[in-house]
Design a protein. Sequence first.
Length: 280
Amino acid sequence: MNALTIIFAAGILLILGAFFGILLTFAQKKLHVPKDEKTELIEAALPGVNCGACGEAGCAAYAAKIAKGEAAVNLCPVGGQAVSDRISEIMGIEKKITKPLTARIHCQGGSDKTTTKHIYSGPKTCKAAAMINGGPKVCSFGCIGFGDCSAACPFDAITMSSENLPVVDPDKCTGCGICVKECPKNIISLLEKEKEVYVKCSNKEKGATMRQGCKVGCIACNLCVAKACKIVFQDNPKIDSAIDLKDFLAQIDYSLCIDCGKCAEICPQKVIQPKSGAVI
C-alpha cells in the first residue's frame, strides 16, 4: 500500500466522519423534545439518584409526571421532606408530610445460628447462590449472607456483620429501596423510621421444621398475639390485634400497630425487634 492510497483512505474517512457528525447534529436538533421550565426545576430539586423508589424509571421521569399532575410530590424517600417541600413550592400546591423510611432486615439467622445443607463454591453473590437449590442454608427463607444489599447501597448504609448478616444504619439509610430489589430472598422491606418494632424472621414453616435449620426463627407460638397484642387492644372494640400469625410467621399490620413493643417483650425467640432502649 503506497502513501497515496493511505492519504486517499484517510480523506474518505474524514469526509464520512464530518458528514455523519453534521447529520447527527441535525437529527439532535430536529428530534429534540424540549422540557418545560417546571419539569426542569423539579428535576433539579430531586437528588438525581435514579433509584426508582418513587415508582418511575428515574428522577427525570418522576419530574415529568409531577409536572403533568400525574404523580404526588412526596414520593421521593431519598429527598425526604425538604425535596417534597421544594417541589410543592414549584407546583404551587400545599406541602405534604413525608414520613422517612428505612430498610428493615427480616432475618436474624446469621452463620452462627443456622445450619447448611451444602457447600457453595460459586460466585460470592446472593443471587448466584440462591440459584443452587435455594441457597446453601437449610432455611430457604433466610439471608444467604453474601451482601448483595450492602454492595448495592449507594449510601453505604448497610454493612455485613461477623455473622454474615446485613446491618442497616438508619441514620444513613434514605429508604431508596435498592436493597429491597437486590435481595433474592425478599427479606428486606421499607418501613417508617418511627416504626421500630418489626419481625426479624421470614420463615414460613412449622416451628419444628424451622428449628432444623435455624435457632432463632419464629416458632409460631402465638404468644405475641394472645398474650400481648390482644391484651393491649382488649378495650378497643374495633381492633382485635395488630399482629397475627400467617403461614406460621408473626406478621404486623402497621396500619393498626401503635409500636408499644409488648409483642417483643413476650417473644421467647426474640424474633421481634423491641423499641430503642427497651430492656428485654
